[in-house]
Ligand binder design. Structure first.
Ligand code: SF4
Length: 94
């Protein structure tokens, strides 16, 4: 009988915590700007810091949130990163 009660209590606790986590996930959801993710995809992903930021994600955030220049990625210049970033930014203007 003890095992049955223990399993029931654990099941109810699991259900309660599950509902709490689902509610918290919806209540405190952070909306991310989709442009940041798209720019991260076109950057080389080397995370070298040559742009002045700790990594590609930091640079993508600076472009979108601070309006930083799009030509700071030195490793990506030859592979056309600037044009790709321009395309991403312009595609979200429409
Ligand atoms: S310079 Fe380019 S590759 Fe290096 S961290 Fe900055 S965005 Fe990433």
């Amino acid at each position: 009988m003890v095992i049955l009660y223990s399993a029931l209590v654990m099941g109810l606790l699991g259900l309660g915590f599950g509902i709490f986590l689902a509610f918290s996930n919806e209540k405190f959801k952070v909306e991310a700007d989709p442009r940041i993710e798209k720019i991260i995809e076109v950057l080389p992903g080397i995370n070298c810091g040559a742009c002045g930021y700790p990594g590609c994600e930091g640079y993508a955030n600076a472009i979108v949130k601070k309006g930083d220049a799009i030509d700071k990625c030195l490793p990506g210049k030859k592979s056309g990163v600037i044009d790709k970033i321009k395309e991403v930014l312009e595609s979200y203007k429409k």
